[in-house]
Design a protein around this ligand. Structure first.
Ligand code: DGY
Length: 321
């Protein structure tokens, strides 16, 4: 039996590529450059499946233009807002993602962002590195303690819960909003808010963990930022387009918000350049899942899904059921 042929859009960790090459007729990415639509379509020629990442825009037009041979798209990511699931379903193409395995790594980054933003890490590091740090000063570089503060979590799913778990170690009081209230065991004492207005009003630190959907896009905007307490901190490890950049930048520049910790941006990697001039913006280049352990686990999870699909089973993380 010939092995299924897979087009892989980006360079993956060596152990993942080794398993791919062992079990599949895999066209690996040597260049690791962002694939254009034309590159994806050309690469898909004669392939049974695609292994893609968050950097690849798999929209409806692209899906409709894919060769008939392509029956599965496995994304090396938990998020799947870059894939038109409805179009894939209509073409009978299975789509899978990689939940669970990046929960801890992403929650760690959420805590790093909270601390980095609340403790003025951006301006403090710049002061030190530019040789401007002249002495320790009782009133210099003061930030805000997250200890004992209220953490509002928008989207208490896997990553939101793992973030809440870590934040409890800082004595933070956890509040959340989801469309539906969770079971008490999953809430673990977190206070439910039936609407985001009520959540924002109590959130000294607001951490975003919802998926990017038409309902959540730009949900952090002028009106909702106005609800946050004075000197609040906003943290985003979810997706950039959940935030209205104009509104957030304005609130950071005016001091309405104390700080923001951002790992994700609209139009990555071309983030709004105004963020770079804000000393109270603590910025990371989409590092949420960027640990060796997690990137391996994401790759293996994507391969488990492909293995199940080609064995005629239902992949564990099927999104097109
Ligand atoms: C995902 O998997 O969706 C993340 O954004 C990548 O870290």
């Amino acid at each position: 039996m010939p092995r299924p042929a897979i087009f892989v859009t980006r360079k993956l960790p060596p152990d993942v590529e080794a398993r791919l090459s062992r079990d599949y007729d895999a066209a690996l990415s040597r260049a690791d450059s962002l694939p254009s639509r034309e590159t994806i379509l050309a690469g898909a020629t004669g392939k049974d499946g695609l292994l893609v990442t968050v950097t690849d825009r798999i929209d409806g037009d692209l899906i409709r233009a894919l060769p008939e041979t392509v029956r599965v798209i496995a994304t090396f990511s938990v998020g799947y807002d870059h894939i038109d699931i409805t179009a894939a379903k209509a073409r009978g193409i299975a789509v899978t993602n990689t939940p669970d395995v990046l929960t801890d790594a992403t929650a760690e980054i959420a805590l790093l962002l909270m601390l980095g933003a609340a403790r003025n890490a951006t301006s403090a590091i710049a002061t030190l590195r530019s040789g401007q740090w002249k002495n320790w000063a009782p009133t210099g570089m003061l930030g805000m303690e997250i200890t004992g503060n209220r953490l509002g979590i928008l989207g208490l799913g896997r990553i939101g819960r793992a973030t809440a778990h870590r934040a409890r170690a800082f004595g933070m009081e956890i509040h959340y909003h989801n469309r539906r209230r969770l079971d008490p065991k999953d809430e673990a004492g977190a206070n439910y808010h039936a609407d985001i207005e009520s959540l924002f009003r109590v959130s000294n630190v607001l951490s975003l963990h919802c998926a990017s959907t038409p309902e959540t896009r730009r949900i952090v905007n002028r009106e909702t930022i106005a609800l946050l307490p004075d000197n609040a901190v906003v943290v985003n490890t979810a997706r950039g387009d959940i935030v209205d950049d104009d509104a957030l930048i304005e609130a950071l520049a005016s001091g309405r918000l104390a700080a923001a910790g951002l790992d994700v941006f609209a139009n990555e990697p071309n983030l709004d350049p105004r963020y770079l001039d804000l000393p109270n913006a603590f910025l990371l280049p989409h590092l949420g899942s960027a640990t060796r352990e997690t990137r391996n686990a994401m790759g293996f999870r994507a391969l488990d899904n492909l293995d199940a699909f080609f064995a005629g089973q239902t992949p564990r993380d099927l999104l097109t059921a």
